[in-house]
Design a protein around this ligand. Sequence first.
Ligand SMILES: CC(C)(COP(=O)(O)OP(=O)(O)OC[C@H]1O[C@@H](n2cnc3c(N)ncnc32)[C@H](O)[C@@H]1OP(=O)(O)O)[C@@H](O)C(=O)NCCC(=O)NCCS
Length: 176
Amino acid sequence: MTGSPTFETILYRQLKSRDAEIYHALWLDALRLAPSSFGSSLEEEQAKDTSEFARAIERNAIFGAWNGTRGLVGTAGLSVKAGAKTRHKAVLFRLFVAPDWRAKGIGYTLVQHVIREARPLVEAVQLAVATHNTAAVRLYDTCGFREYGLERRALKVGDNDYVDEYLMELTFDDGR
Ligand SMILES: CC(C)(COP(=O)(O)OP(=O)(O)OC[C@H]1O[C@@H](n2cnc3c(N)ncnc32)[C@H](O)[C@@H]1OP(=O)(O)O)[C@@H](O)C(=O)NCCC(=O)NCCS
């Protein structure tokens, strides 16, 4: 039998501004489910208008994993820095895969899309990841990111919980 799409088939494509609503909804899910994995707060992001997400999609390269039945099930973004002295670097942001879709290689593939986009544009891709987030740290390590720093108390969640973050980067001085 030839490969007809199954209910688990995933397609990857860059988001367009018309995807802003579904992107906003998935991002709110991410903050509900993994509040200590991201710097933004649920309340702040709930208050935002969907047009802000459309603008973010236009300014950055945000890749989505799409399933025919469920819609958007994962994202990862690349933001190239704008300053004259920093535009040789980019940041990987908002890597998230919906819980039912994890451990299928989706996060890895999204990161590969970000790397492919970044390679001709910048010299390094950087990110911050909570030290307790072993799944994400391992995934970044598999993708070639290396730790270059540690920020203690990078995030404060609620009144008493602090999150330390590893700073990781992937450099392209391998001749690309
Ligand atoms: C971290 C997260 C994005 C991982 O997503 P995922 O889709 O489950 O990840 P994958 O299935 O791609 O990767 C899982 C494993 O397979 C490996 N892998 C997957 N595809 C691979 C491939 N083609 N080649 C090599 N390794 C691969 C990964 O390195 C990882 O290794 P492990 O089994 O040792 O853990 C997901 O757990 C998540 O959304 N967590 C909450 C949000 C979050 O923490 N985001 C990161 C913020 S910095």
